[in-house]
Design a binder for this molecule. Structure first.
Ligand code: ZN
Ligand code: FE
Length: 488
């Protein structure tokens, strides 16, 4: 059947069809397509490959019409000879390094946002039935009947009367959603946390002309409720230490405290996880050269390598970059280039930003630049409480929801910021303050810095938490924040 015909058949039933699904189905008989249509739940908006699989798996196997997808096979990091392969293993579960597809074309942004919408939309669709926006506007529905939509937040404003107006967009169209300031105070409060470009579900009623929706419920992708009681104990024990923002090369790097920290790292520690800004970098902000003790970027990394190579041998180190590091600034960032990694001892695992690693528990590492945007957008959030924006990331199932802010997002084909696999630990840095909290089954750690207050932070009245390290017992997930002395 012609692909155009198939698209039309699906559209008549209120569905859109994903190109991959279309590819897989186009050689099928009209009867089979009809069967597929009948089997799709009415809450589905875009028919994907997962919806048609049961009927067409035999065909797709025979004809291989599906694009070959590289399975995300975990790669165990090379262990140098002479060491037990199971001694503190590190498995990379997700990493952009060598997976980057983007060259920055406009069409790539379209694809990037499509992917964001479909992955986050799918999460929401598991929890609520929703209709395409255009279809609810067209149909002459009983306006008192509540309806649901799933869309991306395109615009937000406050109406002349003080209500909140959110423009929500899905792949079929857009609709303004009004959140009344008095009707439901709790909902109005919750709506203050809505961020631009995030994907949400809205349930509400339509105005009589069908041109505006009055919200009575907002649904976030969120994490499932705690499953802890149902889970057996974690398979691995051991301890991991979480740090970030070392800023080697800065005049304000606290060498004393750092050496005390390395001295403290004992036999009971198995892992050291570093969430970016290993060095201070060069040209990151105006007049940075005046604040540098080492002005050559490679010399900064040589010094950092010297410090990290002195960490006891049995501790596996994992390093992800930050915005001060020498990799591309647009996120997701790949791991350090070979020229830098070869300065370090060979058993260090270098990953991109963000990245997910398994060290007995799953750790999602993200430097956290998006916290600048999240903190600026949500009333009551501040740099002093980094846990709040981190919990928000988990609720939105996205590490960097706002587009066009401080984070420059590279339009990869896949949205690498989507939190699809749920980690046991979310580890960020960047804001230079310490905050540890639990949200559902996830431990969130922001690990501070190894740099005292910089001139810039003085001007901005930002109080850093230097020389701290968070130790987590991987069996019990209990944590402790260590503080090391430093001269002010
Ligand atoms: Zn930093
Ligand atoms: Fe940073």
């Amino acid at each position: 059947m012609e692909t155009g015909e198939i698209i039309e058949i699906f559209a008549e039933s209120g569905f859109q069809i994903d190109p991959r699904a279309l590819d897989a189905i186009k050689t099928s008989s009209p009867e089979l397509i009809h069967d597929v249509l009948k089997s799709i739940d009415s809450s589905v908006l875009v028919v994907g490959i997962e919806h048609i699989k049961p009927q067409t798996s035999s065909i797709t196997q025979k004809t291989r019409v599906l694009p070959e997808q590289k399975p995300e096979t975990p790669q165990t990091h090379d262990v140098p000879p002479g060491r037990g392969i199971n001694e503190n293993p590190v498995t990379i579960l997700k990493d952009i390094t060598n997976q980057s597809t983007c060259i920055g074309e406009y069409t790539e942004f379209v694809q990037y946002f499509k992917d964001r919408y479909s992955s986050l939309g799918d999460m929401l669709r598991k929890r609520m039935g929703a209709r395409p926006i255009e279809s609810i506007k067209k149909r002459n529905l009983d306006t008192r009947e509540p309806l649901s939509i799933i869309g991306m937040v395109l615009d937000m404003r406050t109406s002349a009367k003080g209500h909140k107006l959110i423009e929500v967009e899905d792949t079929t169209g857009t609709i303004p959603v009004l959140i009344h300031k008095e009707k439901d105070k709790e909902l109005f409060e919750a709506a203050k946390r809505i961020l631009l470009d995030e994907v949400i579900g809205v349930t509400g009623t339509l105005s009589s002309d069908g041109n505006i929706m009055f919200a009575n419920k907002i649904t976030f992708p969120d994490l499932p409720n705690s499953q802890k009681s149902m889970l057996p104990g974690k398979k691995t024990g051991g301890k991991a230490v979480f740090i970030s923002d070392i800023h080697v090369g800065s005049k304000t790097f606290l060498e004393d405290a750092w050496l005390k920290f390395v001295d403290w790292l004992g036999d009971d520690i198995n892992y050291l996880v570093i969430a970016g800004d290993v060095v201070d970098g060069i040209g990151v902000f105006p007049n940075q050269d005046k604040e540098l003790a080492i002005s050559d970027i490679y010399e900064q990394y040589e010094k950092a390598a010297e410090y990290l190579n002195a960490v006891p041998k049995h501790i596996k180190i994992i390093i992800s970059p930050g915005n001060h590091d020498a990799v591309r600034q647009a996120e997701p960032q790949p791991r350090f280039p070979d020229r830098i990694t070869k300065m370090f001892k060979s058993d260090i695992t270098f990953v991109g930003n963000p990245a997910m690693v398994d060290i007995g528990v799953k750790v999602l590492i993200y430097h956290g630049r998006s916290m600048d945007d999240i903190i600026a957008s949500i009333p009551g959030f501040s740099y002093g409480e980094p846990s709040k924006p981190m919990v928000e990331m988990l609720k939105l199932r996205h590490l960097s929801p706002i587009y066009g802010g401080r984070v420059s997002i590279a339009p990869e084909q896949k949205d690498h910021f989507v939190i699809d696999q749920i980690p046991d630990i979310l580890h960020c840095g960047h804001v230079h303050t310490v905050g540890v909290s639990r949200y559902k089954d996830v431990l969130t750690i922001n690990s501070g810095t190894w740099q005292s207050q910089t001139d810039f932070q003085k001007r901005m009245n930002l109080q850093p938490d230097p020389a701290r390290a968070t130790v987590v017992d991987l069996a019990s997930m209990e944590y402790r924040i260590m503080e090391f002395d430093y001269a002010k």
